[in-house]
Design a protein around this ligand. Sequence first.
Ligand SMILES: *[C@@H]1O[C@H](CO)[C@@H](O)[C@H](O)[C@H]1NC(C)=O
Ligand SMILES: *[C@@H]1O[C@H](CO)[C@@H](O)[C@H](O)[C@H]1NC(C)=O
Length: 224
Amino acid sequence: MADEKQPPLMNGGYGPLTPPPYNQHRSRNCLCCFFKVLITLIILLGLASLISCLILRPRPLKFSVTNANLTQFNYNSDKKTLDYNLVLNFTARNPNKKLGLYYDYVEANAFYQDVWFSLIDVINWENSFRQSPKSTIEMSGVFKGQQVLFLDESQRSQFDLEKNNHGVFNIFVGLDLKIRYKLGRMTVTKSKSKAKCPIKVALSGDGKIVSPFEPIECDIDVKG
Ligand SMILES: *[C@@H]1O[C@H](CO)[C@@H](O)[C@H](O)[C@H]1NC(C)=O
Ligand SMILES: *[C@@H]1O[C@H](CO)[C@@H](O)[C@H](O)[C@H]1NC(C)=O
């Protein structure tokens, strides 16, 4: 028809052309593309954190008392004082395959019959350190000194009972641990835990030979 036969005019007969609305198109495409990338990223990030949560889920450490040496444990019921000297050796096992541990601090409190008598730093900022995955480390604490202690009558008779029973004392050691779980240099999470270690330890002063200490594994409470 008429259109086919006539050679097209220079600009197709449309008169002066306005520039095609490229910019508008491009920005719409860009926005769309941006959202696609964003959504993909969010999905990938979600998957990655899900997988890392599953693989890297921090497992609490295992804590044990491996040795105890009690060379002094005297209660003076007149002065209400306890003189004590107790050396404890601990091991801490990091059961995680990928995560290292960093100890911010480990504090140990000692109790006799639920009565507190001593607090020491096992690890503090001066000697804190990293523990590699799947490894066991040793730490130790020395409780030594004199503490004013109020034992009631039944607690005093329990003390005498344990003293006369080959001097085997039931002492409770509770440790507060602040730990960071590390993947390489990155801190994955921080956690505070309590280790509860009820020990039986024989008084061994004056070169007395006592039955060897029986190692125990402590209960761990993770507080998050
Ligand atoms: C316990 O400590 C005393 C005094 O420090 C020491 O002589 C003794 O060898 C220690 N015993 C053990 C089993 O470590
Ligand atoms: C137990 O701890 C004490 C005090 O730190 C240390 O001298 C001793 O070598 C440790 N014993 C063992 C068996 O690790």
